[in-house]
Unconditional design. Structure first.
Length: 175
């Protein structure tokens, strides 16, 4: 069963409201004080940061790692390698890839901690096949990042599912 990672869109909600979540993603656009406050309350969970200057903010704030969106990057492998070098050892580095096999293979050769694919309600069937193919061939963990609230994330063979905080709360309330 996949683990859930919650993408925080409302930093004012304390992490304690998300029972059993082991990892959160915050945005680099949030104020450093808000991120530090959130991270200090998420004592038993990992806190990753995404967005502009994520690597620098991660190091500055002492967070656990980054989630790099390289899906629009012209040179994703070079960008990933530079980010990994800057992060150094001991930090988590997840990377969002274009939903393409070749790019997934190239990025996986750089050994990120996990490779992430974006899912929307349109095109889910093709992505399920891509994630299944990826998991059969690679040891690097996989994740799917749910990009709209109509996407059905059930049935993916991913190790992790990343949901926005609002989608996660709706999902948990339905159980």
């Amino acid at each position: 069963m996949p683990k859930f990672i919650v993408n925080i869109t409302d930093i004012s909600q304390p992490p304690l409201t998300y029972q059993g979540v082991g990892c959160f993603v915050v945005d680099s656009s949030f104020s450093p004080q808000a991120v530090q406050n959130f991270a200090s309350q998420a004592a038993d969970s990992l806190v990753l940061i995404k967005g502009e200057h994520a690597v620098e903010r991660c190091l500055e704030l002492g967070l656990d790692g980054v989630l790099l969106d390289l899906s629009n990057d012209a040179s994703p492998v070079k960008s990933l390698q530079a980010s990994q070098k800057s992060l150094g050892k001991g930090k988590i580095c997840g990377v969002i890839s274009r939903n393409r096999r070749h790019e997934a293979m190239l990025l996986s050769e750089c050994e990120p901690d996990f490779l992430c694919f974006k899912i929307w309600s349109a095109g889910e069937a093709g992505l399920k096949e891509l994630v299944s193919w990826y998991n059969e061939l690679f040891l690097i963990q996989s994740a799917v990042f749910v990009c709209d609230d109509k996407a059905d994330f059930n049935g993916y063979s991913a190790d992790n599912i990343i949901l926005d905080d609002k989608i996660y709360k709706n999902f948990c309330c339905q159980k």
